[in-house]
Design a protein around this ligand. Structure first.
Ligand code: PLP
Length: 380
């Protein structure tokens, strides 16, 4: 038996996406840069995938750029914007809870002389939109922040913040890391007037190795990767056409079922919240109004790794924080103001379209067993 509840780390590729990848790898395997028919066919596959993404983002397909991961998209957005605007503002605004692919990239620019302002969440885990308005000024080149936090599920106030800032500072560049929110919440880059937006295929039932960067028409970026000039010179390297085809299928599935998937995650989240409320000393860290596809909780007195590996012996897979943290104490949970004891025992449970209520019940039984076992040991 395997119960996979670590879908914020990555998801199982859906059958439709896997079939599309195989078809492209074995039949439509041309290089889109080739001038012959096989190349044209491959180019058409990319165009069709861009169109699907454009439909979901509310933009033209030609604003969609393929990369190798959301990490790469975030690097390209932030470093590319800075390099393209050497005489622009020298301040970057971000938050204290960003994924390392944003946080470390911003840190790198800080080392190069940029001033960085980092906005912290409030004690209830939510962000105050006013803090964003106060942090940005006329010298701000870029605001880069996430849509949904990957460890806690907090939804950041992008809907209020972006239009207000764009109205006050029309030249401000706004980048949103939408890895945990895209295809889950309705989103229109045009309506929000967002400049740059990132997401990743493998969190959405597509294969690993493909990320996307949306770039608003007229926004200038310098490439990070130089070479053959693919993606209009912004991201050189032969296209992974099979991954784009898989991504298109996975996104079409997410798009068709968006509301149903969200309702499904919400029901599982509620079941887990109700279940852990009956367990001794389990505290829920995620806010009530968080994204439904994940729940962060702490089993007080039992270190995350101990419980994680105990659950693993039962065939249940969860995370002790974000997958990238690999057991390191989460600086993001600290930024949310959680006390050390709570951080050390934090577990992130994240659902997929295929997770079932029975999976949650089995997890709850295993948690109860683990608590009884390890708290007894701790008290010896
Ligand atoms: N941003 C957020 C919010 C994430 O959750 C992740 C992955 O965990 C990333 C960026 C990086 O995505 P990728 O694995 O495609 O590099």
């Amino acid at each position: 038996m395997e119960i996979y509840l670590d879908n914020c780390a990555t998801t199982r590729v859906c059958d439709e996406a896997a079939a599309a990848c195989l078809r492209v790898m074995t039949e439509d395997y041309g290089n889109p840069s080739s001038l012959h028919k096989k190349g044209m066919e491959a180019e058409n596959i990319l165009t069709s995938a861009r169109r699907q993404i454009g439909k979901m983002l509310g933009c033209d397909g030609d604003c969609v750029y393929f990369t190798g991961s959301a990490t790469e998209s975030n690097n390209l957005a932030i470093l590319g914007a800075a390099a393209a605007n050497p005489r622009g503002g020298k301040t970057i605004v971000t938050t204290t809870v960003e994924h390392p692919s944003v946080a470390k990239t911003v840190e790198y620019l800080e080392e190069q002389g940029y001033t960085v302002r980092r906005i912290a969440p409030k004690p209830d885990g939510n962000f105050d939109p006013q803090d964003f308005l106060d942090a940005v000024d006329g010298d701000t080149l870029l605001l880069t922040f996430m849509m949904v936090n990957n460890e806690m599920g907090t939804v950041l106030p992008y809907q209020a913040v972006i239009p207000a800032l764009k109205k006050k500072y029309p030249r401000l560049l706004i980048h949103m890391d939408a890895v945990q929110g895209f295809a889950k919440f309705p989103l229109s880059v045009k309506r929000l007037d967002i400049d740059l937006l990132t997401f990743s295929g493998h969190k959405l039932y597509a294969p690993k190795g493909i990320g996307v960067l949306y770039v608003k028409k007229g926004v200038r970026l310098k490439p990070v990767i130089h070479g053959g000039g693919q993606e209009k010179g912004l991201r050189s390297g032969t296209h992974a056409v099979q991954l784009a085809a898989g991504l298109q299928e996975a996104l079409a599935l997410c798009d068709r079922n968006r509301a149903a998937f969200q309702a499904h995650y919400a029901a599982l989240n509620q079941r887990l919240r109700e279940g852990v409320a009956k367990l001794e000393d389990v505290l829920v860290n995620s806010p009530e109004n968080g994204a439904p596809h994940l729940l962060n909780l702490s089993v007080m007195g039992v270190p995350s790794e101990i419980m994680l590996h105990f659950l693993e012996t039962k065939g249940i897979y969860v995370s002790s924080g974000s997958a990238c943290a690999k057991g390191a104490k989460s600086s993001v949970l600290a930024a949310y103001g959680l006390p050390d004891e709570r951080i050390k025992s934090a577990l992130r449970v994240s659902f997929s379209k295929d997770s079932t209520p029975e999976d949650i019940d089995t997890l709850l039984e295993a948690l109860a067993e683990g608590i009884a076992k390890y708290r007894r040991i701790a008290s010896l």
